[in-house]
Structure formats: structure tokens, C-alpha cells
Design a protein around this ligand. Sequence first.
Ligand SMILES: Nc1ncnc2c1ncn2[C@@H]1O[C@H](COP(=O)(O)OP(=O)(O)O)[C@@H](O)[C@H]1O
Ligand SMILES: [Mg+2]
Length: 858
Amino acid sequence: MADLTPLLKQYHEIKRRYPDALLFFRMGDFYEMLYDDAKTAARVLGIALTSRRYGTSSDIPLAGVPVKSYETYLTKLVKAGLKVAICEQTELPDPKKKLLKRDVTEVITPGTIASEEMLDASAGNYLAAVIKVEGKAGIAYADVSTGEFTCGEAAIGEVEEHLAKIAPRELLLAEDETWRPVSFDAAIAPVAGYLFDEEIAAGKLLDHFKVATLEGLGLEGRALALRAAGAVLSYLTEQKKSVLPHIEGLRVFDSGHYLVVDEFTQRNLELLERQRDRSAEGSLFSVLNRTLTPPGTRLLRRWLIFPLRDRQEINARLDAVEELFTNKELSDNLGELLKETGDPERLVSKIATQRANPREVRRLGAILRLGAEIKGELKKAQSNLLKGLAERIEDFSKLATEIEQTIIGDPSVVLLEGGIINKGVNEELDELRSLTQDARSHIASLQLKERSATGINKLKVGYNSVFGYYIEVPRSLASKVPSHYIRKQTLVSAERFFTPELKELEQKILTAEERSKIIEYEMFLAFREKLAGRSRSFKALADVMAEVDVLRSLAQAARENQYVKPQITEDDEIRITSSRHPVVEKLLAERFIPNDVRLDTEENLVLLVTGPNMSGKSTYLRQVALAVIMAQMGSFVPARKASIGLVDKIFTRIGASDDLSRGVSTFLAEMAETANILRSATPKSLVILDEIGRGTSTYDGMAIAWAVIEYLHSSPELRPKTLFATHYHELTELAAHFKGLRNVSFSVKRTKDGVLFLRKLRYEPSDQSYGIEVARLAGLPKAVVERARFLLERIYGGETVSIDEILTEKKVQLRLFTGAVQDEIAAELAELDLDSLSPIEALQKLIRWQEKLNHPTK
Ligand SMILES: Nc1ncnc2c1ncn2[C@@H]1O[C@H](COP(=O)(O)OP(=O)(O)O)[C@@H](O)[C@H]1O
Ligand SMILES: [Mg+2]
């Protein structure tokens, strides 16, 4: 090691501190990777692996990526599960210095990406931490790109469900924790246990948020939430090498605040994406999403998976949506303004962390102006929520003007090449600039002067970045130049010279430019730092913009799809007139048939929904759940009229065979989920059970379905409002014995060629399963259909019949195929050409036909 070059020595010193990360070592316009890092990067990125010698060293493997486009490469590496430490030059390049100072400024891991170029704009990018102690868990998560920071506590069984909603990219767990999530893909970062230490966490949080007590953070008595939040914050500060000023608040979630929509229900109701292909299209989100900005899109997703439970809060949103629904002008004006804002949330977090470039600072100015205009529009509103949002926007006009005056209109994106600060801001800068300007015009006039002095008309004054300014004369005329010209460079057809006068002017320009670049750089840093100090109010502005965007989006969706404002009540009844399914109605070629819904705690506690396959049971069940979610998130609902008694939790379980995406052997899972419902539902819950019990044999399935209904209906501490779809229409008889059980069915009209789906809900049980009719419609051979119809009669004939008995009955054998044989004979008879048939031939045919009828299986 003794004879390492200073640069290589510096490299090793830094790399030693980040053994598990790929080191991006800044060398001018490149980030270079050495040794094994180079090999890994070359492999993952598919870039060239070369080598270089440093002093007397042997060949060292080397790979590099240009600083200009490094984010694409970085994203690839991080997505491949690697950690990257960014090592920057921490002082300005100076030709007099051999070795520049360097240090790691940031470590990027999957959960700590903050650059918007690397992120999907519509979803959050979360780093989460979980700590489990005796049945309870602390959960915390943060999105460094936006500054969002949340923590809370949950039962261990709820952890996965909670996290799956936000799908964190990276999960911090104590080293000795063995639990691993299964329902989402996160890079696991095992960290030292002390990161979760209660005292350290408390110290860290109090210090960060500058508050005196945990109570001030809403963390009093929530040790686990505190410990998880502490771990997240410690990890982030460590990786980001920064105090993270843009993480300005900590939201403590309280399970009582939101309507609980577990992750299975979220998937099953296709709130955010379609199950089949996980695309957003065909989800409730896609129907409601008319947002115009990425923060609005992200917030809408949040609202969708965290609907509210507080009546006042819901009504505040509904009133605002109603106003934007009726006052189209207000909604349109706000829309026009929002469209211009881009992604204020991520921009603000760049400002807060002092990572914004000059163009982004200028962009902030534009956003502040838009903020003022949005405030102006919101002030015209009547609803409390919109008026309140107006008040949360500060008056930024002075600051916006200052930004516009300080930063030039279309500034550079790099910091060290000038082109940032406006004229009239700094005297020295202005002087230097006019000096440069003078020298330039001097040089420009030099050409004319020298031409007339030398008589060489083809003389030119030029500039290139390597040689600087020169006087160029064609080779053939070189002998004519005066003696004070000094030769600088010889080309094929020309000679280049300089003169002391030109040299002097050039020197002036260069020093002035150098000096002004430094002034601009320093001024910009100071200005950016000053802006960072106001990031809290910028964040508030960004939040308001996102919220307005979402409210407007809901109003727009309601207008486009003819939704109605729901009435929110505390009376435990759900009554919807002409309810529709918000997604199915958009996908259907024909008209969607609306149906009414009535659920209460008396006679309509459990709706037992029967009807043949494809009659609309599943759609109906889901549309009820969706209406409740929409109403409680503050959206209008697809109906003519709706009154929604507040719900605390929604559960849905789908019988295994209806749920193809989950594989074959899921009956166990189905039962585990059902068990969970029976444990967690309350009288305020809504339970959707769609053909549960399907995944096992008929008798088992029916018995289980029956027992579950009984239990939900009759356990006093449960009694959730329940919609139960079943193909066991025998269960309809239960209604006679249970007061709260109501039979409803989807009617089907028998027609001469099968059944016609009316899709209309009737308040009576369906008379039988129309499965066989559907089988016929689907084109099953007639013989099979006939046979099935016969077997059904035998099986449900009254006394139990064994398969053996049925198959040995002679009559049965006959009936099995006669239909087909008769058809065949009839067809043959119809085609017979009687004119050409001899009596003998006719007799032979008759004999054969009789034979066939008597021994059909031959
Ligand atoms: N109310 C309705 N109006 C029009 N079409 C409907 C309605 N309900 C359902 N459908 C159509 O019928 C199809 C089958 O409905 P589904 O609810 O899956 O039936 P089931 O669960 O009874 O088998 C749906 O995909 C949809 O196209
Ligand atoms: Mg169904």
C-alpha cells in the first residue's frame, strides 16, 4: 500500500467505510468504479470494463458512467438490489491542486431514492421499518422524495396488510428478526438492533422535530411506533448524510381513524389495479383518476386505500366535491392552474434538501405564482374545506418576485458554469460582465483594425476552447504578417498568431469569467439555502395543490359518470337506490342494470344472494362494497340516491375457484381468511362473502357456508352487515329460521332456447340453480345436458341415491342415449330418398333402426 498514488489512497480510505456499497467515485465528468465494483457494474449495466494503472500499480479494473446521465445507471443498479455510495468532489476544481477533497455525500438504496428522474411519479417510494414485540408491532415508513413520514402500531396479523398497501421498496428489520413479508417485494435491510432502541429513537425524533415531549409528536404511550420511526429516521440520516429538513412532520396513524380495507379486499375489489394483469386500467382508481399532477395522483391513491371514518371529515370532502361538481367554472379554472404545476411536492423536497439546480429554483418561483392564483380561485369558494385550503396558502408574491429577479429566465442546470444570476443583483458581477463584454467587442473590432494595418483582407480573428483567441492568416500570405505577431499554431492551409494586445484582452476575459462563475455559484448556494429555510410553507402549498387536485378529480369523475352525493349517517343502514358498479358499467357494451341495496341491523342484516352463474351476483356484492369505500373517501357514488351508515371495516372473501389468480390449492387460505373475518368483524363492519366453500366438496362447502352464516348472524358481538352469494340454493331455506337473513336473487327468464339474464334483483330466493341451462348455452353436447338434467333430478329427488344405484338402473341406461339415437334416426329418415328405395332396402333400414333403439350403446 505504501506506494499507492494519493488518489488511489483516497479511494481506499473512502471505500473502506462503505464495504457493502458500490462506490461511485467522482472523477471530473465521470463516476468511476474500481476493482470488484467495476466488474459488478459492468455486468449489471452492460458497460465496458477496462483497466488503468495508477503510478506503479498493476492494472486495476475500471468502469465509468458519465455524470450527465448517471441516474439511469444508478436506477438499474439499485433495482438490481445493490447499494450505491456517491462520492463527490467536495471542493471546486483548482488547477493548482493535485488532489481534490472527496467524500460520500449520499448512499442510495431501494428505499432511499429521492430523485424524481428515477421514480415512478404516480406512486410513493417508501422505506419502512417494522419492530415486533409480543403480538404487537410498530410500523413506520417514509418517502424521502416527498418528505412524507408516517408511523403507528398494529396487531402483528395486520402488519403485512398495512405495509402491502404502500408496497415499500426497502424494509428495515432488526438483525435477529426472522419474519419476512410475502405479499410484496421489498429489499430487506437487516440493521443493528440498537437502531430500534427506545431511548435512542426518542432522542433522535425529539431532536429532529425540535419538540420537547413525545406527546407533542403524538407518540406518548406508543413505544413501538416510536421505535420504528426512530429506526427509519436514523437510517435515512445515515444514508443521506443529511439532517433531512424536508421531513417536517410525523403522521401517526391510528387504526380508528380510517375505514379498514385489508390488503386482500383492496386487491379483490380492484381498487388500484386489476387482479388479472395488475394494470391500473379497469380499477376503481382508473375510473376516479382525473388528477392533473403527480402529487394529486399519489394522494388519490392514498385516499382510496385509506377511506375515512369520521362523519364530519367525510362531509367536508363531500361538500367540497359537490361545490366543484356544480361550479364547473371554478373547477375548470383550478384545473388550468394545476396543469401548470408539474410535481411541486418533489420539487419542494429538492429545495428543502438544497439539491435543486438553478432551473428548479426558477421553477419554484413559477409554482409560487400559481399558488397565488390558486389561492385567488379558492377564496371564491363557499365550502369550508376549499376556503380553509385557501388560507393555508401563504402570500408568496414578494418571494416569487425575488426569485425572478435573482435567477435568470432560462438558467443553466449546472452550478459551476455561470448563467445563473440576473443582471442588477450583484455589483461586482455586473462589473465583471461588462468588462468581459468590453473585451469581447474590442476583440471583434480587432479584425478590422488588423486587416487595414496589415493589408491582409483574408485575416480573421477566431476562438477555440483549446488555444483561446488567435489571428488567422492563410498560409500563402503568412510572410506578410508584421513582426510583432507571434506564431501560435500551424494548420494545413493557415497560420495562427497572437499579439500581446490580443493576449491581454483574452486574459481579461478569462479571469473575469472565472471570477464571475465563482460569484454566481456562491450566490446561488446562499440563495438556495435561504429558500430551504422556508420549505415548510412551500410544502404546505404543495399539499394544498395535491388536495385540490384530488377533490377536483372526484368532482370531474362524478360529472362524467353521473354519480350522486351520498348521505353519510351514523344509523347503521346502507340504502342505495339504483346502485351501479363503477367499473363494470364502463366496460359493458350493453346497458348496466341498476339495482337497489338495503342493509340494516334488523331484517336485512344478511343478504343471501342466489342465482345462476353469470347472473350478476359477484358484481352486485362488489358494487355495494365499492359504494361504501367511495362514499367514505369523500367521493360521489354511482347511484340515484345513497345513504351510507358509517362502516368501520370492510372484508371480502372470494371462494377459491372464483379466484383463479391465486392458484389451485387455496382452500386453506380461503378458510384462514374467513377465520380472520369471524375474529375481527364488528357490528359496524361490512362483510362480502362470495361463494365461499367452493374450494372443497359440495357437502363440506355447503356445511361450512351454512355454519359461517349462522355464526355471523347470531353472535351478538359480530352481526356485521353481510352479503353472501352462494350457488347452494338449499341455503335459502335458512331464511325461515333466521330473522336477519334475507333471500334475494337474480332473476333469469327461461326462454325457448335457454335463459335470459335479467340482472334484476328480486326479493325472493332463486328457484333453482340454472347451471345446466348455462351449460347448454355454452354448447355442451345435448346428450350430456340431458343426462345432467336427469342426474340432478335423481340426486335431489328426496332419498339419497348412490352412484352405484343410479348406474345399475336399466331404465336409466336407456334414457341416457335414446335422445341422441332418436335424433340420428330422425335425421336419416328426413333425408331418405323414397323414390329410389326398394321395399327390401326399406325393411332393412327399419330393422336396423329398431335395433339401435333397443340397444343404443352398441
Ligand atoms: N347489473 C348488471 N347489468 C348488466 N350487466 C351485468 C350486471 N351485473 C353483471 N353483469 C354482467 O354479467 C357478468 C357476470 O356477472 P357476475 O357478477 O360475475 O355473475 P355471477 O357472480 O352471478 O356469476 C359480468 O361480467 C357483467 O358483464
Ligand atoms: Mg360470481
